[in-house]
Design a protein around this ligand. Structure first.
Ligand code: KIV
Length: 246
């Protein structure tokens, strides 16, 4: 699952094999319209927070838009900075056509890399929005080629986002590394979700997301009750000790 903060990472850690500090943090936490505005500094700050409480899960940090596409050397420098300043175990890049060479460059120099194919959120501005991928034969062939090139370049794992089941299965069979699906059916080896989506923190979620909780409703009700208490001047008696464990 995705994690962006220390307390949420602490809760997810015992249940998840992998925690992704996704650049979805830009949309989910910072209210950006897409992930294009996310910076390296944001990813490092959230990565450090997650690393303080994740004890057993593998922590992977997304490289943000503009931090790896320009050249393999620049990608390596930025990836090394993320690894050094956070202590995370790996980074993730959206694989596209040009990125596999950069993945190979980074892997040869000691950076574990996760790839991401299919719907690539950092490409929404050229793709015309968040749309499922591989709906034509040509497009499906392109996604398979990108997945193979990413795995051949040395990525240890692949996120497949927003493709139909048949294509997810084809990719999973075609590559030797594990595939992790998001909106890509059960045809992948593993699954990942944006945590805030499945916890029901938004009034809108992608169609494939099951809401396992209604935190939006719970938070709204909790704040309403608190406001009522404040108006009625109902407070717990003050105590000698400031903190109490619940
Ligand atoms: O940024 C993110 O949360 C992701 C997931 C959608 C896999 O890349």
């Amino acid at each position: 699952m995705t994690a962006y903060t220390a307390p949420i990472a602490a809760l997810l850690d015992e249940h998840c094999d992998l925690l992704l500090v996704g650049d979805s943090v830009g949309m989910v936490v910072h209210g950006l319209p897409n992930t294009v505005g996310v910076t390296l500094e944001m990813m490092i700050l959230h990565g450090q927070a997650v690393m303080r409480t994740a004890k057993r899960a593998l922590v992977v940090i997304d490289m943000p838009f503009g931090s790896y596409e320009g050249s393999a050397e620049k990608a390596y420098d930025n990836a090394a900075r993320i690894m050094k300043e956070t202590g995370a175990q790996a980074i993730k890049v959206e694989s596209g056509e040009t990125v596999p060479d950069t993945i190979a460059y980074m892997v040869r120099r000691g950076i574990p890399v996760m790839g991401h194919v299919g719907l690539r959120p950092q490409a929404v501005l050229v793709d015309g929005g968040f749309r499922a991928k591989g709906r034509t034969e040509d497009e499906a062939a392109r996604v398979i080629a990108e997945a193979k090139a990413t795995a051949d370049a040395g990525a240890f794992c692949l996120v497949i986002e927003g493709v139909a089941e048949a294509l997810a299965r084809q990719i999973t069979e075609a590559v030797a590394v594990p595939t992790i699906g998001i909106g890509a059916s059960s045809g992948c080896d593993g699954q990942i979700l944006v945590t805030d989506d499945m916890l029901g923190l938004f009034d809108w979620t992608p169609k494939f997301v099951r809401r396992y909780a209604d935190l939006r409703g719970e938070i709204s009700e909790a704040v309403r009750l608190y406001a009522e208490d404040v108006r009625a001047r109902r407070f717990p008696a003050s105590s000698e000790t400031y903190f109490s464990k619940t």
